[in-house]
Unconditional design. Structure first.
Length: 589
């Protein structure tokens, strides 16, 4: 039988497709088994979404909310969540018949978001799950490249976060004054004011968390009887999802009352702290209404202000973000800003102010995904040279580990007690983990004391300092008796970083020496075509599987993790870059 021209072309096309299919099958079989789990481009794994439209999930459903779809053109798994106005908690799992297993073993735990919704990972009402707060009711696309990659979210239909860089963008080796956000836009490299909403429209809001379960929430704000936002009971606030209510005000007010629309259920007269604060009508407390992906849990000092100069004050902080969280502590006074501890995993540092005055303590936070946040606290230091009341300055060694069956020499410095004989008396009380006093406490003129822990576990040291007029101050320090001390860490109190002075430029009469040629590197461009796309990840995978390549692999560009080796890890990083999960390769750091 003779084929027509059209039939011939169709037959050839089918043969080519069959050949391509056989080639792809052979390639898939050649990939090592242990690598398959992390290769998003295969789309082999099935992921399920378990979710509840609630901020108090119980995950009692027997059927998943839906199944993630693999998009081979973009290299990611996605699920479009619609009708999710308000609070929505969910987990991602490879198990399709057990919500309980999904809660215990979510496939993806790192999250990022932007826009008019807020996405975070954590423990909500006892369940290890993700929490989506979506007051605008946007249709959200949840996506990830593999189980080991971070979870992202954009408005469904938005392609901004998933587009690969184009050839017109600056090479990856060039520094940029802006960085991509998790949703593909840009934010300044400087930290944002944490009291601002994620999308700062210039509007000013006050929020109420209606945990008390009122049927409605009204805001009555005023400066005086003639200067108020409305007549009693004020203006009804807008429910923006879950139990969060919001009111936009147009001028500054000093006072506010939240009420149910009458004087039958209302708060007391509250001092209004300012824009973007939220009031909980059950706990009767204010806090910053923060929608950042990097959530600040606490920022504290172990001593309340005011304190005296020379007193050791411990600054501590805690936060939850994407991956490791780094902390920076600084203090600003009349003479400038001093960095107490630059970005590190240490979440506390000691500050010993030497001069009286009003200071601003700044707590900076940064996580592995580049999200930042900040908190500040005003702190007053008074001059203790004439203080009648005694006060404790510092103790050495600092609270922490002490060695069992080895004498511990404690030194306490104190001030104040400027009255009568101006003498200070010290008393030391040592207790073991059972609360038993293991020494004989008595007052002495010496600030030095030694004791030897005789068992492993917790010990407390209570120091009393008394002036000649019997005024007394007391502080307790906690230690842990161990068999051997841990290796010494870098001191937590660090001086400000110093920088070398800039070198003088070459003299005009001297000829500049020729420099070595610069070899351009475009990290991620494994196929050396001048662009970074999902095809580069496939190129690395084929290279690792010993599949023939049409052109040589650019090993320098492909080594995106900077370990001097091209591996499947580099392919995964390129996939994450193209999906918008990361915006920079480790080799560029």
């Amino acid at each position: 039988m003779r084929l027509s021209g059209k039939q011939t072309k169709r037959a050839v096309s089918l043969l080519l497709c069959l050949a391509l299919l056989i080639s792809m099958t052979a390639f898939a079989l050649s990939v090592r088994a242990e690598e398959v789990d992390d290769l998003a481009d295969t789309g082999a794994d099935t992921y399920y979404l378990w979710g509840e439209n609630s901020n108090s999930p119980d995950f009692n459903a027997s059927t998943p909310t839906g199944t993630f779809t693999y998009d081979s053109s973009k290299g990611y798994y996605y699920y479009d969540l619609t009708g999710s106005s308000g609070d929505y908690c969910f987990v991602v799992s490879t198990i399709g018949n057990s919500a309980n297993y999904a809660v215990k073993s979510p496939a993806v735990q790192s999250v990022a978001s932007s826009g008019s919704y807020y996405l975070s990972a954590g423990n909500y009402h006892g369940y290890n799950c993700m929490h989506l707060w979506n007051p605008s009711g946007d249709a959200i696309r949840i996506y990830f490249t593999s189980a080991s990659a971070g979870l992202n979210a954009v408005k469904a239909g938005s392609e901004v976060a998933t587009q690969a860089p184009t050839a017109t963008q600056a090479p990856a080796t060039q520094a940029s004054t802006q960085k991509p956000t998790s949703a593909g836009g840009t934010t300044p490299t400087t930290a944002q004011n944490p009291t601002q909403s994620q999308q700062d429209t210039g509007k000013t809001y006050v929020y109420c968390e209606n945990e008390a379960g009122w049927s409605a929430v009204y805001a009555y704000m005023w400066n005086s009887e003639s200067d108020k936002n409305a007549s009693w009971p004020g203006v009804k606030m807008t429910n923006i999802g879950g139990n969060i209510w919001r009111y936009e005000y147009t001028k500054s007010y000093a006072k506010i009352i939240f009420n149910v629309g009458s004087n039958q259920t209302q708060t007391s007269d509250l001092t209004f702290p300012g824009k973007d604060y939220i009031f909980n009508n059950k706990t009767n407390s204010w806090e910053v209404y923060d929608t950042s992906p990097l959530q600040v849990s606490s920022f504290t000092t172990d001593l309340e202000a005011p304190q005296y100069n020379g007193v050791g004050i411990i600054l501590s902080a805690a936060a939850e973000g994407q991956g490791t969280v780094y902390y920076k502590f600084s203090v600003t006074g009349s003479t400038g800003t001093q960095t107490l501890s630059d970005y590190s995993t240490k979440n506390s540092v000691q500050w010993i102010p030497q001069t009286a005055g009003t200071y601003t303590l700044t707590y900076d936070f940064k996580d592995a995904a580049g999200n930042t946040n900040q908190r500040t606290k005003t702190y007053v230091i008074e001059d203790g040279l004439t203080s009648v009341a005694p006060y404790i300055k510092t103790v050495s060694p600092a609270p922490g580990e002490i060695e069992n069956n080895k004498t511990v020499s404690v030194n306490v410095t104190a001030g104040g007690g400027i009255t009568g004989t101006n003498l200070l008396f010290y008393k030391f009380t040592v207790k073991d983990s059972s609360g038993n006093t293991v020494n004989t406490p008595y007052y002495t003129l010496s600030g030095n004391y030694s004791f030897k822990p005789s068992s492993l576990g917790a010990y407390s040291l209570t120091v009393d300092v008394q002036g000649s007029d019997n005024k007394t101050v007391e502080r307790t320090y906690n230690y842990t008796s161990v068999g051997a001390l841990s290796p010494t860490e870098t001191p937590e109190t660090q001086p400000p970083t110093t920088y070398a002075a800039p070198t003088d430029p070459p003299k005009p009469t001297e000829a500049a020496k020729p420099t070595d040629p610069v070899i351009a590197v475009l990290y991620g461009d494994a196929d050396d075509d001048g662009d970074v796309t999902i095809l580069d990840a496939t190129y690395v995978q084929r290279y690792e599987a010993n599949v023939a390549l049409p052109t040589p692999l650019n090993e320098r560009n492909a080594d995106v993790d900077g370990d001097d080796e091209v591996s499947i890890i580099d392919a995964t990083l390129i996939q994450r870059f193209n999906a918008g999960v990361i915006n920079k390769f480790p080799a560029e750091s």
